[in-house]
Design a protein around this ligand. Structure first.
Ligand SMILES: Cc1cc2nc3c(=O)[nH]c(=O)nc-3n(C[C@H](O)[C@H](O)[C@H](O)COP(=O)(O)OP(=O)(O)OC[C@H]3O[C@@H](n4cnc5c(N)ncnc54)[C@H](O)[C@@H]3O)c2cc1C
Ligand SMILES: NC(=O)c1ccc[n+]([C@@H]2O[C@H](COP(=O)([O-])OP(=O)(O)OC[C@H]3O[C@@H](n4cnc5c(N)ncnc54)[C@H](O)[C@@H]3O)[C@@H](O)[C@H]2O)c1
Length: 458
């Protein structure tokens, strides 16, 4: 049977673009790709990239405050122009979108700028009614923000909206305590918005190391976010030009904007999956095996639509491995067990890899090396902020099971620590590395004494 394409990719985000580019450009496959929105997907257009640029923008007052501590008595952030920032941001996203498009064009991928759905195991139907057949189909449709089921939820904004605001709200509410809520609270607060964050738990960033979560929770309060813990919204309604939020403790408050950062759902609805018999997980995600292959042999899926580890580098690695395996004769699987990540807060970020202290303690004996200290840079400026460096070590093998860093540029630090830890480094390997002095990161190679021990002798 002959097909229009060797591969048809649905979705031009992190996973889809990489898979299409490698399959066509490196392995010579005939590839078509459909993207219903802007090329680059969530990360480039409405996620990692614009978010990180806003994190940089939001740092001005903290930097000025620190510099006042260094003798620059008049240092001040000055006035921030959202209009100027938005114009630069839009130009940057246009540049990146064009770069992604030309990368695909250069690799010989045929791009269809429209929505696609599956008609059967080998056929995709485009929004204009055209049908294309393919030997393999890759679903890389990503995820979508999931709003809580409360009355008035339609009045709430989602993360996509932050990047499209005409002007900044004066007073904003963020609901949630995950990656997005915490990063957005940091951004809005830093840009001068009066920011309230409501989270139902007792410390933000559930799933991360408890000690790090507590530091992140304290930092959000310290920088001026009105963080209200143990609180959930029960309804939103219009209050003139504002939005009134009611909470489960009976309290109410009014805001110019309410952001619902309550998680994301795999974008599998309206994809025509019922025409194929592809199995879904309970979460609605596409169920795949370790080769990213679905229950239908010709259909594969990568990235957030599979709800494995929902991060850009993971989607990219899955897309690349799929293309190498199916078209390049190089069978490659992705290891989802050891994935480093960062939460971009200010002034200190949270960088993590491997087990949390709680997970490690549950697994068996673990030695915890944890240093919490005031770094020279901020201490000199008169600030009380603290850094945490933590290594979790399996006593019997001396292997480092996890590393958690709460500190300035922790995202950069954890990327480097991820290399030895992924290689299976022991604590002795860390100790053997010479310190770089004076840095904050040198603590990672100078922690000599066990801070506490879980399990074992004690
Ligand atoms: C606010 C925010 C901040 C984030 N920050 C980070 C970060 O700092 N670091 C990090 O690693 N990750 C971050 N992420 C997560 C990261 O963006 C995702 O994990 C990543 O984009 C997933 O890539 P993907 O290819 O699976 O999907 P996506 O990038 O979402 O791409 C899917 C694409 O498919 C298109 N599409 C969907 N259905 C169809 C269809 N039927 N037909 C045609 N096209 C379709 C969509 O328009 C979209 O462009 C962030 C996410 C958000 C929302
Ligand atoms: N720096 C990064 O790498 C980065 C940044 C942003 C997003 N991401 C990715 O995007 C994903 C989605 O981020 P997210 O922050 O939307 O999701 P999340 O799952 O991290 O957080 C969702 C939050 O909403 C809360 N919540 C859920 N339902 C609720 C309800 N009905 N009422 C009140 N609160 C409710 C949860 O308790 C949780 O705190 C992340 O898991 C991550 O994979 C990564």
């Amino acid at each position: 049977m002959s097909f229009d394409y060797d591969l048809f990719v649905i979705g031009g985000g992190s996973g889809g673009v990489r898979a299409a580019r490698i399959a066509a450009g490196q392995h010579g496959a005939k590839v078509g790709l459909a993207e219903e929105s802007r090329m680059g997907g969530t990360c480039v257009i409405r996620g990692c990239v614009p978010k990180k640029l806003m994190i940089f923008a939001s740092n001005a007052s903290l930097m000025a405050e620190e510099m006042r501590g260094y003798g620059w008595a008049d240092a001040a952030a000055g006035g921030f122009s959202w209009r100027d920032f938005r114009a630069k941001l839009d130009a940057e996203l246009n540049r990146l979108e064009a770069a992604y498009t030309s990368g695909l064009n250069n690799a010989g991928v045929e791009i269809h700028h429209q929505r696609a759905r599956l008609a059967d195991h080998h056929t995709v139907e485009l929004a204009d009614g055209t049908r294309k057949t393919a030997k393999h189909i890759l679903i890389a449709a990503g995820g979508r923000p999931a709003k809580p089921e409360i009355p008035g939820a339609e009045l709430g904004l989602i993360s996509d909206d932050l990047f499209l605001l005409d002007e900044l709200p004066k007073r904003a509410l963020l609901i949630g305590g995950g990656f997005i809520a915490c990063e957005f609270a940091t951004i809005l607060n830093g840009l001068g918005v009066e920011t309230v964050q409501a989270y139902r738990g007792d410390a933000v960033l559930r799933g991360f190391d408890r000690e790090a979560r507590e530091m992140a929770t304290a930092q959000l309060k310290d920088i001026g976010v009105d963080l209200r813990l143990g609180l959930s919204p029960v309804g939103l309604e219009k209050a003139g030009a504002r939005i009134a939020a009611r909470f489960d403790d009976g309290s109410a408050d009014e805001f110019d904007a309410v952001f619902l950062a309550t998680g994301r759902a795999p974008y599998t609805w309206g994809l025509g999956l019922e025409n194929t018999g592809v199995n879904l997980k309970d979460s609605g995600a596409i169920a795949v095996d370790e080769w990213s292959q679905s229950s239908v042999p010709s259909i594969f899926a990568v990235g957030d639509v599979t709800d494995r580890v929902n991060l850009t580098p993971v989607a990219i690695r899955e897309g690349h491995s799929f293309a190498d395996t199916v078209f390049g004769d190089k069978a490659r699987q992705v290891n989802h067990d050891l994935v480093a990540s960062a939460v971009y807060l200010r002034p200190h970020e949270l960088g993590s890899i491997g087990l949390t202290e709680e997970q490690a303690a549950e697994r068996g004996p673990v030695d915890v090396y944890s240093a919490v200290f005031r770094p020279m840079r901020s201490m000199f400026a008169g600030s009380d902020v603290r850094i945490m460096m933590k290594l979790l070590v399996e006593p019997e093998s001396d292997r480092v099971l996890g590393c958690h860093i709460f500190g300035p540029e922790a995202g950069e630090m954890i990327q480097l620590a991820a290399i030895p830890i992924t290689m299976g480094a022991t604590k002795a390997d860390f100790d053997a590395a010479m310190a770089v002095h004076p840095t904050a990161a040198e603590e990672l190679v100078t922690m000599r004494n066990v801070t506490r021990r879980h399990g074992g002798e004690g």
